[in-house]
Design a binder for this molecule. Structure first.
Ligand code: MG
Length: 392
């Protein structure tokens, strides 16, 4: 909006809540949503609207180090011009934020940092409403029937649904008016959970802006809210190669295969399972097998790699993922592996607790080329798909 710059429009972004229903030790707005935090997504959306000259971010003191770490990881948002300290209540936090808005501001949009899906359309509409009517608050139609209760959990009234709406943020006002409402509420020790209620009490009627996009302008409250927007799948690949030597057993996908040579390595040197483990760890961004099972560790000398695969499945599980399907390719000139494929697949399926239809093992030669073709070694490649486990 080309007028945006000269009408002195500011945002106050409130991120000082405790977010206890989110069930994480950190502020929910720091949670990464498909690789970018809820807070940065929210600030991105405000910035992209082109409507604001700047924003005041309201944070609790305890979250300042977390915010600095977030800026180091995801980039410092240019829109944020000042940080205000969170208060004991949301109302106090908003007041602290409003106090840092420059005196020349005409319009202020008070927004929950936990609503990262706000659109430029909503922002434009509430600002235009505030310009004309003094206020503009996004409201979504309610789909459930709402009951008014007495103190004992008994319904005493059923307001007609078409006259109800669920209000959201950004709640947008002429700056002088909302500041006056806040100051009067402070003086009267009046508390409310939203700014529109203060405006209603001390200034006048609040204009609700209802648009279809409001349905997606949700407030991230629980893990369920973020899972709905997160891609549940991730993929990874793995590669490994080991030297063929005399006097060692040849083990591939947990099957011992009769052959004149075997693979050299610290563990049983099961190159196929090693590639597979790296694919699984890679999909979960958990590094590689060298990190988890260093070959300097005596515990892993001669160990069956299938036992390490068990551990990888557990690591995935702890990180909130489960394997979906895997595909392994063994590159060996000799011996012929075809007859061992069914048991190889079974071994892997059992360890990963997957149906056999979700595990594929195949083998190829290189027609005599390279170290595999010349029989110096065997290599393997793997791909894995993992999914976020359903939360209960
Ligand atoms: Mg290896």
């Amino acid at each position: 909006m080309e007028q945006g710059k000269n009408r002195a429009c500011w945002a106050v972004v409130v991120a000082a809540g405790r977010g206890e229903r989110f069930g994480q030790p950190y502020n929910k707005v720091f949670h990464p949503l498909n690789g970018r935090s809820v807070l940065m997504r929210c600030l991105d959306a405000l910035e992209a609207s082109g409507a604001f000259d700047g924003a005041v971010l309201v944070l609790s003191e305890r979250d300042l180090p977390g915010y600095e770490a977030l800026c180091a990881r995801e980039g410092r948002p240019a829109l944020v011009r000042a940080i205000a300290q969170g208060g004991a209540t949301r109302q106090e936090s908003v007041y602290n934020g409003l106090a840092l808005v420059p005196a020349g501001a005409r319009i202020v949009a008070i927004h929950d940092a936990a609503r990262p899906f706000v659109t430029a359309g909503i922002i434009r509409a509430v600002i235009e409403s505030a310009e004309v009517y003094g206020s503009g608050v996004p409201g979504a139609p309610v789909t459930d029937t709402i009951k008014l209760l007495d103190g004992q959990g008994m319904a005493v009234e059923t307001p007609p649904r078409e006259r109800l709406c669920a209000v959201q943020t950004p709640q947008t006002f002429q700056y002088a008016l909302i500041m006056r409402a806040h100051e009067q509420a402070r003086a009267a020790r009046y508390q409310s959970t939203d700014d529109a209620a203060l405006y209603e009490k001390y200034i006048g009627k609040v204009r609700i802006v209802s648009m279809p996009e409001c349905a997606d302008n949700i407030k991230v409250t629980t893990q369920r809210d973020v899972s709905a927007y997160e891609c549940p799948y991730r993929t990874g690949t793995g590669y490994d190669a080991h030297r063929l030597v005399e006097g060692r057993r040849l083990v591939l996908c947990g099957e011992e295969i009769p052959y004149e040579k075997g693979l050299l390595g610290h563990s049983d040197a099961d190159v196929a399972v090693h590639a597979l483990m790296d694919a699984l760890l890679g999909a979960a961004a958990l590094g590689d097998i060298g990190r988890h099972f260093p070959d300097s560790d005596e515990r892993y000398r001669g160990i069956s790699s299938l036992l390490l695969l068990d551990r990888v499945r557990e690591l995935l599980c702890e990180a909130g993922y489960r394997p979906v399907n895997v595909d392994v390719t063994i590159v060996a000139q000799r011996p012929k592996l075809k007859d061992y494929m069914p048991t190889m697949r079974e071994n892997i399926a059992k360890r990963l607790r997957l149906d056999i239809s979700c595990v594929n093992v195949k083998a190829t030669t290189t027609e005599g080329m390279g170290f595999e073709g010349e029989g110096q070694g065997i290599s393997a490649q793997a791909a894995a798909l993992i999914a976020r486990k359903e939360r209960t």
